[in-house]
Design a protein around this ligand. Structure first.
Ligand code: CUA
Length: 308
């Protein structure tokens, strides 16, 4: 059996992360090797009883000092800029990314595609297209880890985090939970199935089950009575939700906030925490009435109102 030294490189990040890691290893290795060799050399040369010349000892050398300050400094800064560049790219999902919701739960991963299909411990994605995972947890902290894509992100209860990737090769890749989350943490694994875009579309059609997430969200929006206050033309008791996603709104305290998944979530569960300027704090909380899945649906629906 072959035990690979590195996982496969199956995303656009993989080679970039590996190259950085290899250079870091090489630099650390070189410096460690140099220091150890110098120690061994001096230990032998100046051992007690050796006849080595001990006269003319150098007390200080500005050139040497400058060299060992500036060379490592430049190397360190170079690695820093390089790594920061990769980090920023990983933290900024492209706008047109395909968005898939993820809920971590003891002990499984639940995935919800925008067009309707749901999966557990399996995630189908198209290759050569950015995919953004918006994730949360129903209980404790989990962490979604796909070594072949070189991505890892915690899923936290009570808020949304995200991570994105672009798969480069069709195939099946391991998916792990990388945060100890209880008895069956080690069993909280799964498979990412990366497919050619055509095959992915076919899979979506074969697994089309019921309405899209946004449509389910819209239905829930009506059932919960949200639509009786949040009128589209802004004449209701609550602000209109059309076109707000991704925009800044002014709050009653004077400050502004960008409407994102976390703000909408807060507004549903703790509606009085941050009130939009010009409105009264009259909305009741929906804490305990909507599940994580339903929250995701409502958010996807509100997001869809900004997409035309
Ligand atoms: Cu979930 Cu470890």
């Amino acid at each position: 059996m072959e035990i690979p030294f590195f996982p496969e490189q199956a995303s656009t990040f993989a080679a970039r992360v590996d190259n950085l890691l290899l250079v870091l290893l090489a630099l650390s290795g070189l410096i460690t090797f140099g220091v150890v060799m110098a120690i061994l050399y001096f230990v032998v040369k100046y051992r007690r009883g050796s006849g080595a010349d001990r006269s003319g000892a150098i007390v200080t050398s500005n050139r040497l000092e400058a060299a060992w300050i500036f060379i490592p400094l430049l190397l360190g800064l170079g690695v820093y800029v390089w790594a920061a560049n990769i980090y920023f790219d990983m933290k900024r999902p492209p706008e047109q990314a395909l968005e898939i919701s993820v809920i971590g739960q003891q002990w499984m991963w639940k995935f919800q595609h925008p067009d309707g299909p749901r999966e557990i411990n399996e995630l189908h994605v198209p290759v050569r297209r950015p995919v953004k995972l918006v994730m949360t947890s129903q209980d404790v902290i989990h962490s979604l880890y796909v070594p072949a894509f070189r991505i890892k992100q915690d899923a936290l209860p009570g808020r949304y985090t995200n991570v994105w990737f672009e798969a480069t090769r069709p195939g099946q890749y391991h998916l792990f939970c990388a945060e100890y989350c209880g008895t069956e943490h080690a069993a909280m694994t799964g498979t990412v199935i990366a497919q050619e875009p055509g095959a992915y579309q076919q899979w979506l059609r074969d697994n089309a089950a019921g309405p899209t997430v946004a449509a389910s969200g819209e239905q829930l929006f009506t059932e919960l009575g949200c639509d009786s206050c949040h009128l589209a033309d802004d004449s209701g008791r609550g602000p209109s939700l059309v076109g707000i996603f991704g925009e800044e709104v002014q709050l009653s305290g004077g400050e502004t906030i960008t409407v994102d998944e976390n703000y909408i979530r807060e507004s549903i569960l703790q509606p009085r925490a941050r009130i939009v300027a010009g409105y009264r704090p009259i909305m009741p909380t929906f804490e305990g009435q909507v599940s994580e899945e339903e929250l995701m649906m409502l958010i996807t629906y509100i997001q869809s109102l900004s997409e035309e």
